[in-house]
Design a protein around this ligand. Structure first.
Ligand code: NAD
Length: 718
């Protein structure tokens, strides 16, 4: 036994060495340096022993084989030398698997990612459970690195170059059936027979020799792949296509990892394994200390941390068996679909038929797409649809443990809904509002039980946006807040706890950023250069594209809320300009006209009427860096103000919320991490200059000037 290390070992009566992963006290199995070291000596020992005829790797955790290398250990690597050495060490251990001198196999019962999948590649055989829990893949590019324990070399050798490129560049992994089709696993068996069947396969391989067993396995024949192996120009074609496709999605400057993965695969395709492994290790070494990889790893770790937390309430979340949603519009319908997708029964109420029907239609289409992608089967679609029960009255509300109201954004309507729902609700049930701008304390002001009312702010589109703001009103109980956090996590979202202040967190900061774009417009700068400058910074779209997407009415409403609450750093350009456009029927993408014109839902041209409608001055050009600086510093400034005023507790909350809620470039880690990278004294100095030139909306927050005096950063350990 290798107690405490995360695995045990035992030789069975057939001479098969079982290496059994079971990290003590954890839901997931992870690789770390100690485990790998011990595994290495177990394999050395197995190689020497005559009674060991085969080696089997398996796990006793349900749905979990091996989730990969412990990301904390990757994060602790600060230089290229140690990064490369770490990869070489892992490679050497997995080489021992390949060289153990007898048949080896992984019995994959669930998640098998990163280093877990690389271990499987080093074995002579791979058997997987025919189970939806199985997911095999290489998510490394998502944290800015590449597979480093032989993955870039062994994967193309097993499944061919094109499929390997696709799997490594996508980072998302495949289910058991797809893995079988690709030849990534050799056999699929029912979960309950997984160990037995893998043992049987290993016994046959030990008795007859590996080759005849493999020959009977029906591994996919890969004529095209063999051709690629032998015809270099064909290989170049495949690699070039992968490079072009990657370049259409990301830039090599911001996200080097996928391009470096292609490089590692290219070397592997033409050179012996040892040379390929060497390049792989060197590339890992170069990538791990980069800003991009450090930021992506940081986001990954902190996202996981927020999902584990109780929102800092110290309270115990209530169990939720039934959800109810009042208001079946875009948001209510979206949340209902999400809940059903997570197998949570949901009662969906509206005052009209049409939204209910539309919500059911949209949910069915969403699940049908999942069927199309092989994520769920037709039967599950029907089961999930059956979990959504629509209603025009209040029946069924009494059974709900948690109610979300998503009716129109009007304080009176929301208060009326609260009063009505409270009449039917169990006294301990939590009542959440999805409001995007109304204070939770106002919505709860006349409630019988204001302590159970919280804010649960989902973003649109609900299925795609990973963030949920949890808003504690003045009187919300810690238990209600913790329960809302628990629900958000159960629905697969990342919760950020936010104080009940105007615009909450994300909309407040975003409004300030969009407002600065409008200031620039009124100074005569063109819409397209402004949008392009921010896209070049790494934003998924420019500020005017975003305004059109959000809808100008909604944006105008949030700007008005912030203006009327006199949020000090709010810029104030937005409100009146947006009002003019809304009055003139420019509502954004949904109306076909906003800052841009849209044809068939696609952006077609600039809205030519803008200069006249808004009375814009003659055009003026500013360098892209100036544009970026203005908008970005406005955003950072608002983020610091939120922190200073306790809207959230720590810098981490701001950064994750902005990356997950607005698409702030993940490789930059968030606005405050970016401010650290630029340098706090530089940020404060530039803000001061902008305040002198353009007005008090830029005047640096006290917190920032104090940080400069004390030579502090937002993240001291970075
Ligand atoms: P919507 O207009 O699409 O849907 C509102 C629904 O509520 C309508 O179907 C309406 O019939 C129904 N309704 C009105 N009064 C009702 C009542 N008394 N009882 C039951 N149903 C009632 O609106 P939406 O965009 O889904 O927004 C809903 C809430 O979510 C708002 O508070 C909004 O601010 C917030 N929100 C919206 C977005 C967004 O982008 N759309 C994003 C985040 C939050």
């Amino acid at each position: 036994m290798a107690e405490g290390l995360g695995f045990s070992r035992e030789v069975d009566v057939h001479g098969i060495l079982h290496v059994v992963f079971d990290r003590p006290g954890e839901r997931v199995n992870l690789l770390d340096e100690r485990l790998l070291r011990e595994l290495g000596s177990v394999l050395d020992d197995a190689r020497r022993r005559e009674d060991v005829r085969a080696v089997l790797f398996r796990s006793t955790k349900p749905g979990m084989f091996m989730a990969g290398m412990d990301v904390e250990q990757i994060a602790s690597v600060r230089d290229a030398y140690r990064g490369a050495e770490g990869a070489r060490f892992g490679q050497s251990v997995f080489q021992k698997v390949a060289d153990v001198g007898r048949p080896s196999a992984c019995a994959i019962n669930g998640v098998c990612l990163g280093g877990g999948a690389e271990l499987a590649l080093a074995c002579s055989l791979r058997v997987a459970a025919d189970d939806p829990a199985v997911r095999i893949g290489f998510p490394e590019v998502k944290i800015g690195i590449i597979p480093g324990f032989g993955g870039t070399q062994r994967l193309p050798r097993l499944i061919g170059l094109p499929a390997a490129l696709e799997l490594i560049l996508a980072g998302s992994g495949v289910d058991a059936r797809k893995a079988r089709r690709l030849g990534l696993v050799d056999a699929l068996v029912p979960t309950e027979y997984l160990e037995r069947e893998t043992v049987a396969l290993l016994r046959r391989a030990a008795e007859e020799g590996l080759e005849p067993v493999v020959a009977r396995l029906d591994r996919p024949k890969r004529l095209f792949d063999r051709l690629i192996d032998h015809v270099p120009p064909l290989r170049s074609l495949v690699l070039d296509r992968a490079r072009r496709r990657t370049a259409r999605k990301v830039s090599t400057r911001d996200y080097p990892a996928p391009f470096r993965a292609i490089e590692a695969l290219e070397v592997g395709a033409a050179r012996p394994l040892t040379e390929g492994l060497d390049i792989e290790a060197r590339i890992i070494g170069e990538l791990v200390p980069t800003e991009t990889s450090r930021n992506l790893i940081w986001l990954f770790r902190n996202q996981a941390a927020l999902k584990r937390a109780d929102g800092g309430t110290g309270a115990v979340a209530r169990r939720i068996d039934r959800l109810a949603i009042v208001g079946a519009g875009i948001m209510g319908g979206g949340i209902a679909q999400l809940a059903a997708g997570c197998d949570l029964p949901v009662r969906l109420k509206d005052v009209r038929y049409e939204p209910l029907l539309q919500a059911l239609r949209t949910a069915r289409e969403g699940f049908a797409r999942q069927v199309g992608r092989g994520r769920i089967v037709e039967r599950e679609l029907r089961q999930k649809m059956a979990l959504i029960s629509p209603t025009l009255d209040d029946t069924g509300l009494v059974h709900a443990d948690f109610v979300i109201e998503a009716v129109v954004e009007s304080l009176d309507v929301k208060r009326a809904v609260v009063a009505e729902v409270e009449r039917h609700l169990d006294s301990r049930a939590v009542l959440a509002s999805n409001t995007s701008s109304l204070p939770i304390s106002d919505i709860a002001a006349r409630a019988l039980h204001p302590e159970r009312i919280v804010g649960l702010h989902f973003f649109n589109p609900v299925d795609r946006m990973p963030l949920v703001e949890i808003i504690a009103g003045r009187r919300s109980s810690p238990e209600a807040v913790a329960t809302a956090v628990g629900l958000a996590v159960r629905l697969g979202k990342v919760p950020v706890l936010v104080r009940d202040t105007p615009g909450f967190l994300v909309n407040r900061i975003l409004t300030r950023y969009l407002d600065e774009a409008l200031h620039l417009l009124f100074e005569g700068v063109g819409i397209e250069p402004i949008d392009e400058a921010m896209r070049n910074f790494g934003m998924p779209m420019g500020p005017f594209e975003l305004l059109d997407q959000i809808g100008l009415e909604t944006a105008q409403h949030v700007a008005a809320v912030l203006a009327s609450a006199s949020v000090a750093e709010a810029g104030g350009a937005s409100g009146s300009a947006l009002a003019v456009l809304v009055q003139n029927g420019r509502l954004g993408r949904k109306s076909g006209r906003g800052f841009y014109r849209y044809r068939d839902g696609k952006r077609a041209a600039l809205e030519s009427e803008l200069p006249r409608l808004l009375g814009l001055p003659a055009s003026r050009e500013l360098p892209p860096e100036t544009l970026q600086e203005r908008m970005l510093l406005a955003l950072i400034h608002s983020a610091v103000a939120c922190l200073e005023q306790g809207v959230v507790r720590e810098p981490r909350d701001v950064d994750l919320a902005l990356v997950l809620g607005t698409g702030f470039p993940p490789f930059r880690g968030g606005p405050l991490r970016h401010a650290d990278t630029v340098g706090i004294p530089i940020v404060a100095d530039r803000l001061g200059r902008l305040a002198d030139a353009h007005g008090e909306r830029f005047r640096p927050a006290q917190r920032l000037t104090q940080m400069v005096r004390e030579q502090r950063r937002f993240y001291e350990d970075a």
